[in-house]
Design a protein around this ligand. Sequence first.
Ligand SMILES: Nc1ncnc2c1ncn2[C@@H]1O[C@H](COP(=O)(O)OP(=O)(O)OP(=O)(O)O)[C@@H](O)[C@H]1O
Ligand SMILES: [Mg+2]
Length: 274
Amino acid sequence: MAANLHDIATSGEVVIQGATIHYQGPNGPVQVLSATDLTLSSGSFTALIGPSGCGKSTLLNAIAGFVRPSGGTIRVDGRPVTGPSPEVGVVFQQYALFPWFTARGNIEFALKRFGLSRAERREAALEALAEVGLHGRAETYPGQLSGGMKQRVALARTLASKPKVLLMDEPFGALDAQTRVSMHELLLRVMDAHRSTVLFVTHDVDEGLVLADRAHVMSATPGRIIDTLELGERRNRSVDKVDTAYIANRNRIMGLLRHREDEPAAALPRRATA
Ligand SMILES: Nc1ncnc2c1ncn2[C@@H]1O[C@H](COP(=O)(O)OP(=O)(O)OP(=O)(O)O)[C@@H](O)[C@H]1O
Ligand SMILES: [Mg+2]
């Protein structure tokens, strides 16, 4: 079947060197990303945390090939990113499922560009649905699924193509707290099997700390990385374990975000009044 897809050796190293990004504003180009250096090593899980508008999605979209940097380079396994590629999968907050296709049909449709036979697409779709615990929902339409289930279908759709790099832009932002926790557990389990390189964008400090083995904190105007935290091997951590290192990391990030709260683009937690 999709043996060729399944056998792709995951490397998926992302190297960003001096990438700057400008958008066209009413009075000319506006810089939204300062010259940024960032390496996502093969199989690592990196969180990108920062206030609204600091450029998290912009950076993610540049790695995905949707946005072209105005300077610098972005390479995946040494090859410059020139546009979207099947090696780099993206999961957005909005599920973007076609309502007229079943869960299986949505995944099969996304696999069409790989030149697989109909039977191969079907097998890959069912396998991916099983991975996210939805094998019994293959013939269900998105309108009949909960938000968490829709996002699991969207994740399965991306995983079915075995991307070397998985970019996730606030994928669980629309879900309730309890569903988010089960999605975190699912994602960690699935990524342990896939070993893709993951970049996970979030506003939520706790979500970043629970999932990632490294976190970058961004600040706005223009966007830049202001701190990097090594969080250790995520497999040694359980989702509900909060230890002193966790609290120290959380305090460090919250302090950084509070420190920047006066910046215009920031939507940040309020400074505690002592
Ligand atoms: N297509 C665009 N054209 C012009 N400006 C844009 C465009 N997309 C984003 N911007 C601006 O770039 C900056 C960064 O936006 P971006 O969406 O990357 O932020 P973000 O960190 O992902 O925010 P959020 O957490 O709210 O999703 C913002 O000031 C935004 O207004
Ligand atoms: Mg965003």
